[in-house]
Design a protein around this ligand. Structure first.
Ligand code: AGP
Length: 604
């Protein structure tokens, strides 16, 4: 969950690396560091704190040179401190390494190295890597061989960059279970854990696969397998625009991404769904007739997108759907086989638990389909089929536009499945039209946010909040509750409204805040009765609805446009995202980089 950047070329490395690190801070922000190779010397500047601290460090001006590696850290082994910051050097000071991932056998490797006279300055797992490279270099006198032997010894996950005076004009990179891309320039090349870090310079990328090693020079990039046999790779053209990873007129990425939703939903619908035509997905030839169960597996917000769309698959495709957290699914021997379709949802395509769950499903013989935002990411390379959301780069740690795009795309997928299975109907046609109307409806919500802002101001000092709803309103309540926790640090929980009386209502007393989502015409009366019950017990209530509701004593009622309950999460989540955002702003918190969290969770 750390961010890494690298540069080799004709420019000064430091400004490129700092710019890359700044755009990668969503991956970790408790320490940052840079190492530049200059006149055969490795110069390192690093410290705890954000990239801004590093940028302002006067020592940085001593780092001249056109070859460099950099890192922004999300601490796993060892507290945030200067010693634990990357890059780490080996004892001889000849190998500098930055690392993203976790080395699970670092204690064994460390004692082996200690027995061989190596000493350690940090508590990190990473520090074994430069020393291991140095250890092998002693006998092999070849850096590429030494790196390849060192990574063979590593258990766990890694994306590493290595520079050394012995290499002079190259950076060596290697990966396993952690993302790494190489951006191709003119007489210069870039390395990054995520595409947006170097999108300003290039749209052409190589994606390093697990167990591959690459030697990157300014005018040449070579790839090798784990036995150092040369391999060929295709260049991928990434259509994302560099400005899409900048804040523009917005104060924060999160707000920008919330406001981008009408546009990115339009792009996600693209040409997949058109009025009076069948839905279309390129290369999706799953034999659905033999599928008797769908599992949707993901983490966090992506998992909530699965929960919000389970209803559509079951309703239109008549296939039972189970939604599971990847971290649970991977350890519970799920009942899956060749007749199960497993759908994996992920913004980053790099989430460790989701990848493990996907591998498990593949081994069990299931058909696997990935719904991913980041092109070429690990999950897309493992799954049998991939369909992309077109949310563009999502930088804020709290996912917003990726969620709505996932919900839209899964709904379109359900329509496609229903058509393939022959379940066409007038209701399905109307549903398709409603999907096409979503961007305009979203705009209406985003045009008027005053009531949400006012209510956020009223309740931002509270310690606990509850979200309630039924069916898809319950699914979206879970997402609203997660958003609030993540960025405002307020405890909140989401309950199926009908469950309140089975326990949680005991928590309701004077002044407790409850958010009710009530958009289903068949269930609105029931949810409103539940809200009456909490109001009677003193709760302060905000209602999000698109129905005519009884006159209740709610502090705030947010009316959103009408739509079928199967699509309502796409609309009702907007006030919930904004509510969380404004609460965090009232508390003066950094909404884009909430504490303890990182954007892609590439470790277990
Ligand atoms: C969302 O706000 C969270 N930061 C988090 O729950 C996220 O959705 C989860 O980690 C899954 O990430 P992915 O979509 O990249 O797999």
């Amino acid at each position: 969950m750390c961010g890494i950047v690298g540069y080799i070329g004709t420019k000064k490395a430091v400004p490129v690396l700092i710019k890359g690190l700044l755009s990668l801070e969503y991956r970790g922000y408790d320490s940052a560091g840079i190492c530049v190779l200059n006149n055969n010397v490795l110069d390192v500047v690093k410290d705890k704190g954000r990239v801004k601290n590093l940028e302002e460090n006067p020592e940085l001006s001593n780092l001249i040179g056109n070859i460099g590696i950099a890192h922004t850290r999300w601490a796993t082994h060892g507290i945030p401190s200067k010693e634990n910051s990357h890059p780490h050097l080996d004892n001889s000071g000849k190998f500098a390494v930055v690392h993203n991932g976790i080395i699970e056998n670092y204690t064994e490797l460390r004692s082996m190295l200690e027995k061989n006279g190596y000493t350690f300055l940090s508590q990190t797992d990473t520090e074994v890597i430069p020393n291991l490279i140095s250890y092998y270099y002693e006998s092999k006198k070849d850096v590429l061989k030494a790196v390849s032997l060192a990574v063979t010894d590593l258990k766990g996950s890694y994306a590493i960059e290595v520079i050394s005076p012995y290499l002079k004009d190259s950076i060596i990179v290697a990966r396993k279970d952690s993302p790494l891309v190489i951006g191709i320039g003119e007489n210069e090349n870039y390395i990054a854990s995520d595409i947006p870090a170097v999108l300003n310079y290039t749209n052409k990328f190589y994606f390093l696969e697990d167990n591959e090693i690459s030697v990157i020079k300014k005018g040449k990039i070579s790839f090798f397998d784990s036995s150092l046999n040369p391999i060929a790779k295709d260049i991928k053209d990434i259509k994302w625009d560099a400005t899409s990873s900048e804040k523009g007129i917005f104060e924060d990425y999160m707000l920008k991404e919330i406001y981008e939703q009408p546009q990115v939903i339009m792009e996600t619908i693209g040409s997949r769904l058109k009025p009076n035509e069948k839905c279309y997905f390129d290369d999706l030839d799953i034999d659905l007739k033999n599928i008797n169960k769908i599992y949707v597996v993901a983490c966090g917000t992506a998992m909530h997108a699965g929960l919000a769309t389970k209803y559509t698959f079951e309703h239109f495709c008549k296939i039972p759907v189970e939604v599971d957290m990847a971290s649970e699914f991977r350890y519970r021997n799920p009942l899956i086989d060749k007749n199960t379709l497993c759908i994996f949802i992920s913004q980053s395509g790099e989430t460790a638990d989701t990848i493990a769950a996907l591998k498990l499903a593949k081994n069990a013989g299931c058909k696997t389909l990935a719904v991913v935002n980041v092109i070429g990411s690990s999950i897309t390379r493992i799954a049998d089929y991939t369909i992309y959301t077109h949310a563009g780069p999502e930088i804020a740690v709290a996912s917003t536009k990726a969620y709505t795009c996932q919900v839209v795309l899964l709904n379109i997928l359900a329509v496609y499945f229903a058509e393939v299975l022959g379940y066409e109907s007038k209701e399905l046609e109307d549903f398709k039209m409603e999907i096409l109307e979503l961007p305009a409806k979203l705009k209406l919500i985003l045009d008027d946010t005053k009531n949400i802002q006012d209510f956020a101001k009223e309740v931002y000092t509270k310690q606990d909040l509850y979200f309630i709803g039924r069916n898809t309103d319950y699914a979206v309540s879970m997402e609203g509750s997660l958003k609030l926790k993540e960025i405002s640090y307020i405890h909140s929980e989401a309950y199926a409204a009908g469950e309140l009386k089975h326990g949680p209502i005991a928590l309701i007393e004077n002044g407790v805040t409850v958010i009710g989502v009530a958009t289903n015409p068949n269930l609105v009366e029931k949810t409103m009765s539940n809200l009456e019950e909490v109001i009677t017990r003193g709760a302060n209530v905000m209602v999000i609805t698109n129905q005519v509701i009884p006159d209740i004593k709610a502090s705030c009622i947010i009316q959103i446009p009408k739509c079928t309950p199967m699509l309502s999460p796409i609309l009702s989540v907007i006030p919930l995202q904004l509510f969380a955002y404004y609460i965090a702003k009232n508390k003066n918190l950094d909404v884009d980089k909430p504490r303890n969290l990182a954007k892609s969770v590439t470790v277990e």
